[in-house]
Structures are given as C-alpha cells and as structure tokens.
Design a protein around this ligand. Structure first.
Ligand code: NAP
Ligand code: GDD
Length: 407
C-alpha cells in the first residue's frame, strides 16, 4: 500500500487524510484497469455486423475504436446505442487509403482488429468492380501491412464470405433422406469458384491473410461467414427488401381499414389495387437461389471467438440449413396471414434484379467452428424471419403515428 506522509509522521489520521487515501486508491485502480482493458479496432462500424460486434466487445469490457468512412450526412442509426459509451470512440478512416489505415493502427496500438468494412453488395460489384477491389482487397492489404509494421502482435479478423465458393459445393451421402441421398454442402475444404467481382476481391484477401499468417506469423484469421441477416440488415439485401415491403403493404392496407386478405384487392402485372389506391408489387430477381441464413448477433460472437484462440485459423460459420428466396417469402407472407398459394399475387419477377452470374446454392457445414470454438447459433430461421418482420412492422406503425401527430 502507498505510504502517505501521515503514515509515518506519527500524527493521527484525519478525515482529510482518509479522503486523500481513498481518492488515490480509486484513481490508481481505474488507471490499472484501463491499462488492462483490451482495445479493439472495428472497421465498418456503421454497418450491420460492425454495430453488433461493437456492442458485444463493449459488453466484454473492451475499449472500442470504430472506424467509419467520411460521408456527407451522418449515418449513425445502427450505433446510436453505443455512441455515448465512454469506452467507445469513432474515427474517420477510408480503408483503401494506406496512410489513414497506417496512422490508425500506429496511434491506437490495438490488441485486436476486426475488418468488417467492405463494398458488401454482390450485384453492385458487377457495376463497380474497380471500387469493390479497392475496398475489399486493397483495404485488407493495408491493414495486414499496418499490423506487420506497427503492431505485429495484434490479432486480425477478416470478413471472408461463402460467396467465395460460388458455383462449387461438395456432396456427402445422406442416409436418412431416401429421395435426396446426395446432400450438398460447403466447408473449409471445399474449393473456391467465385462468381462475382465481390467474391473474387474477397478471395484475394482471403489468400493475403493466409500469406501474412504463414509468412510473417501474424495472428490473422478469416471467418467464412454464410449469409446473416437481422433487424439492422441493409435494405438492398433480399431478406430485408422482403420484410420491409411486407410491413409497408400491411400498413397501406390497414390505413384503409383492410386486412391483408387477397379478396380485398385486384392485381395487375405491376400493382395491387384497392378501391381507394394502388400499391406497387414487390419486385425480385432470382427467387430460386438457396441461401444458408442465420442471425448476425450469433455470427459476431464467432468473430470474437476466433481471435481468442491460441492459433489463428479459418472457420466456416453457418447454420447447416438452406432455404430458397421463395421459401423465405413463404415464411414471411405467412406471418401476415397470406398463404403460400396466394403469394404470387403480391410479387413480380424483374430482370433488373438478376445478376450476370449467380450463386445458386449455399449451405455451410459449421462443425469445425462448433468443435474448436464452441460456437453455436441461437436464432432459428423462423425466429430470424419473425424478428425482422416484427421490427419492420413496428417501424411502420411508428411512422404512421408520427405522421398523425405532425399533421
Ligand atoms: P454492411 O452492413 O454493408 O456494412 C459494411 C460497412 O463497411 C459499412 O459500415 C460501410 O460504411 C463500410 N464501408 C464500405 N466501404 C468502405 C470504405 N471504402 N472505407 C471504410 N468503410 C467502408 O455489411 P455487413 O453485412 O455488416 O457485413 C460486414 C462484413 O462481412 C463485410 O465485409 C461483408 O462483405 C462481410 N460478409 C457479410 C455477410 C452477411 O451475410 N452479412 C456474409 C459474409 C461476409 P457505410 O455505412 O458508410 O456504407
Ligand atoms: N439483393 C437482392 N435483391 N437479391 C435478390 C433479389 C433482389 O431483388 N431477388 C432475388 N435475389 C437473390 C440474389 O440473386 C441472391 O441469389 C439471393 O437473393 C441473396 O441476395 P442478397 O440478399 O443480395 O445476398 P447475397 O447472397 O448476394 O450476398 C450476401 O451474402 C454474402 C454471403 O454469402 C451479402 O451479405 C454479401 O456481403 C455476403 O458476402
């Protein structure tokens, strides 16, 4: 214990002395726990995964530096809950800009870096291939080099993707399904065959991470994450596009005192008509594609687990179940009492949403992550669909309330 002057000058300890001792002890305790706190950099902080991961790390007692790119208007919706947290700070960094990445790593000396920033929309990558490579490949190399130069013991997580498998899958013999004995799946040993600039850019980064891990001994891991969605999913991804449309349609019907039953409406190619007005149909592309969909909250936990391992490695994170886009719609429409047989009334196929090349089938095999990381998912497919719908329907209700209140 610290010796104060009053500890050895022989006089009685006063209230003032006791106060000074308490103050000193509190301050040094705070300083030492601050020193022991882990510091993480999270890129893509304003995105779906960045926001969930930051919440998880703050809950675990980390200091979190969130990196966002410069935008002309603020886009902090997903991080509203943490922005005032004293252990959270926000900084502008363009990840394709080498200098700004080097400076962030050198200044913050992070224990862990989670690189989630990306041009993450597959269809957009066909329209903007150069920009996609700048962000999804050059950005990753910038971080690997920054860590190698300025903080070589920092642990690095790279957001790899099931899109890298592209057309490819393996098969295994499935004894309990007589009709479909060959079960298709992808795991860590499945060969990659990317089908988009997005996937090719991510695959280049995936290899760069391995090269820096093997060549320089960095603790760098890749999570090969299959699709994961949530109430915070971007509105251009198919699941959120569907749940948002359903919430909007329900609200439009209710504003006219109608429920969602087909008998209230007439349908043409593009619109749903009631007596009073019309609502545009949901427009989709390829609804026969299969995806392995989980909830983002479960998936960010896997990212953290990977960086807590002694050895870096790559892991598939998936549910092991697959559903088509059509299946997703069936579950979602059922939630507002529109039966499977009637959903064709409500959507139309629009070639605009087809991609030049498609990934038709994804179904991950997460056994390695379950065994080594002890990872498990908690949110089922049905719960995912319902949570997204509930959130969008509530948001529509709030919008209506606000409009009523302000009109
Ligand atoms: P998201 O919601 O689209 O978030 C992407 C984030 O990256 C956003 O914060 C975005 O900023 C930021 N960003 C984009 N370009 C940037 C740049 N040049 N410099 C700095 N920041 C930039 O994506 P997500 O679903 O959270 O996915 C997170 C990561 O996991 C991505 O790398 C994605 O490719 C990968 N991934 C996602 C899934 C999935 O199903 N969600 C599956 C496998 C892998 P703005 O907010 O300003 O746009
Ligand atoms: N976005 C979108 N919009 N997709 C549609 C639509 C539509 O109107 N209609 C059909 N789809 C089909 C797409 O062709 C694709 O087969 C499937 O729905 C899923 O599309 P997205 O939700 O855009 O996701 P993704 O699978 O292409 O990519 C997502 O998952 C990857 C992991 O596999 C993204 O999050 C990527 O960043 C991620 O790496």
């Amino acid at each position: 214990m610290t010796i104060f002057k009053f500890d050895y000058d022989g006089r009685e300890e006063t209230d003032e002395d006791r106060k000074a001792r308490r103050k000193y002890l509190c301050k040094s305790k705070a300083e030492s726990s601050e020193k022991n706190r882990k510091r993480a950099i999270v890129t893509g902080i304003t995105g779906q995964d960045g926001s969930y991961l930051a919440e998880l790390l703050l809950d675990k007692g980390y200091d979190v530096v969130g990196l966002k790119r410069r935008t002309s208007t603020e886009n902090h919706e997903r991080i509203e809950g943490i922005i005032e947290n004293p252990r959270f700070s926000l900084e502008e960094v363009e990840i394709a800009d080498t200098g700004s990445v080097y400076s962030a790593v050198e200044r913050h000396q992070p224990d862990e870096v989670y690189n989630l920033a990306a041009q993450s929309h597959v269809k957009t990558s066909f329209d903007q291939p150069h920009y996609t490579i700048e962000t999804n490949t050059v950005g990753v190399v910038n971080f690997l080099e920054a860590i190698r130069r300025f903080k070589p013991d920092a642990k690095f997580y790279q957001a790899s993707t099931s899109e890298m498998f592209g057309k490819n899958y393996d098969t295994k013999f499935c004894t309990d399904d007589k009709k479909n004995p060959q079960e298709k799946f992808q795991d860590e040993n499945t060969a990659f065959e990317p089908q988009s600039p997005y996937a090719a850019a991510k695959l280049a980064s995936h290899h760069m991470v391995r090269i820096y891990r093997d060549g320089y001994g960095l603790h760098a891991s890749c999570g090969i994450l299959f699709n994961h969605e949530s109430e915070r999913r971007g509105e251009k991804f198919v699941t959120r596009k569907i749940t948002k449309w359903i919430a909007g349609f329900k609200s439009w019907a209710e504003a006219q005192g109608l429920d969602t039953e087909s008998r209230h409406f007439e349908f043409d190619k593009d619109y749903i008509h009631s007596r009073r007005s019309s609502y545009p149909k949901l427009r989709l592309g390829n609804i026969e594609a299969f995806r392995d969909w989980g909830h983002a909250e479960d998936y960010v936990n896997a990212m953290w687990l990977m960086l807590q391992q002694e050895k870096p490695d790559d892991y598939v994170i998936a549910t092991g179940e697959t559903y088509s886009v059509h299946d997703f719609m069936v579950h979602a429409f059922e939630y507002i009492d529109i039966p499977k047989e009637e959903i064709t009334n409500f959507f139309m196929i629009d070639p605009e949403f087809y991609r030049p090349a498609e990934v038709e089938f994804l179904k991950g095999e997460p056994t390695k992550a379950e065994t080594i990381l002890g990872w498990e998912r908690n949110v089922s497919f049905e719960q995912l669909v319902h949570r997204m719908l509930e959130s969008d329907i509530n948001a529509e209700k709030e919008k209506v309330q606000k409009e009523l209140y302000t009109s």
